[in-house]
Design a protein around this ligand. Structure first.
Ligand code: CA
Length: 206
């Protein structure tokens, strides 16, 4: 093979490799998008949401709630039983009990699970409403809100698969539990005792 033929061969190989990488990246993006059930960056309106109680309002392209008692907002759609919910959450620094949590399996009777930052004072915990009364199922990190900082954006993730629920804060596992009480229901956000900003809510099928 002379030099110019060898060069053409190398160029052809490089082009084929680039095309192959492009196809793989496209396939990965398509696969990831196909698993997204719902997402909201709160840049438009709240037409996909139902306010259960409290005042939930868009502010600076985030979702704000000022809460004293527990407030809930729910996504209008059906998400099935197995999913991961992620969101960003910031609790205003003045809160004496900084809490920001995800609600899931919210049934027609108003009972549900909640999981996330500051629940029961822990870095993260999972709780359940049953017959309208809340109780803790699992917790991780330190108590007395010592792990929760105000005015900081956290990434919160709750993984719901069958009867197993896990909570992650900033990508790190914090706590998990198994519970069969509520098998289906809607998902959303909940706030208590705090002014909370939420952003980039996403539900992904798993
Ligand atoms: Ca946003």
């Amino acid at each position: 093979m002379n030099d110019s033929k060898a060069d053409k061969y190398r160029i052809a190989r490089a082009v084929i490799a680039l095309v192959a990488v492009g196809i793989l990246i496209s396939a990965a993006i398509m696969w990831r998008n196909s698993t997204i059930i719902f997402q909201d960056d709160f840049s438009a309106d709240l037409s996909n949401w139902q306010v259960v109680n409290g005042v939930w309002a868009l502010e600076m392209q985030t979702l704000r709630c000022d809460s004293t008692a527990r407030m809930v907002v729910l996504y209008n759609g059906d998400v099935g039983s197995n999913y991961e919910i992620t969101c960003h959450a910031l609790i205003l620094g003045s809160a004496s009990k900084p809490e920001a949590q995800i609600a899931f399996r919210y049934g027609s009777d108003g009972n549900y699970y909640f999981a996330g930052l500051g629940a029961y004072g822990y870095k993260a915990a999972i709780g359940i409403f049953e017959s309208g009364a809340a109780s803790m199922l699992s917790s991780g990190g330190n108590g007395n809100y010592s792990d929760i900082n105000g005015n900081v954006w956290y990434t919160l993730k709750v993984r719901v698969k069958g009867s197993s629920f896990s909570v992650y804060v900033n990508g790190e596992f914090v706590c998990s539990t198994d519970d069969t009480t509520h098998e289906v229901g809607r998902v959303g956000l909940t706030a208590i005792y705090s002014t909370v900003y939420y952003d980039d809510f996403q539900v992904r099928r798993i």
